[in-house]
Design a protein around this ligand. Structure first.
Ligand code: GLN
Length: 486
């Protein structure tokens, strides 16, 4: 099998056996990126020199019998993670000139585990979007159909993993930005519990919702990555001090007796018929493996999109106030005075979607509207979280579709924000409630991948990974490779 088709687990075996070195592996993937990414635009920065140096150190460490969980394995980072000495843009003109002076905790942990970072991936500007079309660096294309979007905002991460440019990528998920692109590209995307992975050094969009996770081709690889990324960080006051389980050890157990909740609301109108069929088929597979399904009710889940689109812009308007043209990032030229500098730097540095969010956020937080919008949204958020809590008294996880339909064409929704926002209908609930959730491939509609969405209770990553891994032992949807990248 060509080296680029291999998962982290398979590459690990190859490195261990000495079939190839990390330097050879890294060089071959860098060569592939140089050629194939012209069609995708999934990278913003390629860090070839740093990657080859890291690969050489990994080979040396292995020779000395010293191997971390990701030793010598190539990965990429979403360009939202601060990476010391490397350009970190967050998909924005605002940070096009920003070389980070420090690394995010996630970046450090992955480096300490021996991984080789090939570069930084394209994304929607400041992670705001569901199609990667808001990036200052241009849209990313979907490897399954180059006229379609790969989803967003971690679209570069998802496209590069789906096209076999790299076996694994980091991503972030505020309302679905790991799971939605994973679904649309036929990859695995896991958003851990809020607080499971450190947010330190991850450029903030909406701090009470943002969480780092990963996109891989197999659930087993997601388990491996999570084991490295998870854990308490004193630099993130919302990170939780709870032991990190051995995720790889737990995925092998059977799902016999697992109680799977099926929420009526996840199958309401708005779900594409053929996607519904694929998701139902996947649920039947889980039943045939010994899981039982239980109908549940999430009465307030239909309010999750409007709730999210009040809370997330509110937090973003506050977080993005730091980009003022003074301390770092883009600065407008020839400003007349300080106010002119602020206004023009922000006016020229941010794209339309980011401005729309900042304005919405400033509005819902303003004195006259705070109670009517922001406080109300926080109250509804609590109701949504309570619905999940209630459901998890009776079920071990909740399963449904990740997105209402497969990937759409580039340009189709970019001028219609409401249509774009509705892509998040099944994913934002997990962020509002802080729950872990994962998308895994479960079939194709018109040759485009469809995702199965699994949501677990707080710190229930093990049950998601176990269920997903067992499903992947019975099915091979996750092995499919886009024709154009074979
Ligand atoms: N699509 C959602 C948004 O535009 C979610 C983004 C995300 O998870 N970062 O806000």
């Amino acid at each position: 099998m060509d080296i680029y088709h291999q998962t982290l687990a398979e590459l690990c075996v190859g490195l261990e056996k000495g079939d190839f070195t990390s330097v050879e592996l890294t060089q071959s993937l860098l060569d592939r990126v140089a050629v194939e990414d012209k069609r995708l635009n999934s990278f913003i920065t390629i860090t070839a020199t740093e990657a080859l140096a890291a690969a050489a150190s990994a080979d040396e460490a292995r020779a000395n019998g010293n191997t971390g969980a990701l030793n010598g394995l190539p990965i990429v980072h979403k360009d939202i993670f601060c990476t010391k000495g490397v350009k970190t843009t967050c998909g924005s003109k605002m940070l096009d000139n920003f070389i980070s002076p420090y690394s995010a905790t996630v970046v450090k942990k992955i480096a300490n585990a021996g991984a080789v970072v090939l570069g930084k991936c394209n994304m929607d500007e400041f992670a705001m979007g569901s199609s990667n079309e808001t990036s200052f660096f241009g849209p990313v294309r979907n490897p399954w159909n180059l006229e379609c979007t790969p989803g967003g905002s971690s679209g570069g991460s998802a496209a590069s993993v789906a096209a076999r440019l790299v076996p694994a990528a980091t991503g972030t998920d505020t309302g679905g930005s790991i799971r939605q692109p994973a679904a649309l590209t036929g990859t695995v995307g896991l958003k851990p519990t809020y607080g499971r992975v450190s947010r330190y050094g991850m450029i903030a969009f909406a701090s009470s919702l943002d969480q780092a996770g990963m996109i891989t081709r197999s659930v087993e690889d997601a388990a491996r990555m999570l084991g490295v990324m998870a854990g308490f960080d004193k630099r993130d006051s919302t990170s939780i001090n709870q032991a990190v389980p051995d995720y790889l050890a737990s995925i092998g157990k059977s799902i016999k007796g697992l109680r799977i909740g099926i929420a009526r609301q996840h199958f309401d109108e708005g779900l594409d018929e053929r996607t519904r069929t694929k998701v139902k088929d996947a649920i039947s597979v889980l039943e045939s493996m010994g899981a039982t399904t239980i109908e549940i009710d999430l009465p307030n889940i239909n309010l999750s999109v409007p709730t999210y689109y009040v809370v997330a812009p509110a937090e973003c308007s506050s977080n993005l106030s730091r980009f003022d043209g003074v301390r770092f990032g883009y600065r407008a030229e020839n400003a007349e005075d300080l106010l002119d500098l602020y206004c023009r730097s922000r006016g020229e540095g941010f794209g339309d979607e980011v401005k729309r969010r900042i304005m919405t956020g400033a509005y819902v937080l303003s004195a006259g509207y705070y109670d009517a919008y922001y406080i109300k949204a926080q109250q509804v958020r609590q109701l949504i979280a309570d619905d999940f809590k209630e459901a998890f008294f009776n079920v071990d996880l909740i399963v449904g579709p990740t997105t209402p339909s497969p990937a759409f064409k580039l340009g189709d929704k970019v001028d219609d924000p409401i249509q774009m926002y509705l892509n998040d209908i099944y994913t934002v609930g997990a962020n509002l409630a802080g729950l872990p959730a994962m998308s895994i491939p479960c079939g194709f509609v018109n040759d485009m991948p469809v995702g199965l969405h699994l949501v677990g209770p707080h710190f229930g990553e093990e049950v998601l990974l176990r269920c997903g891994h067992q499903y992947q032992q019975e099915t091979d949807w996750h092995m499919a490779c886009p024709e154009a990248f074979k």
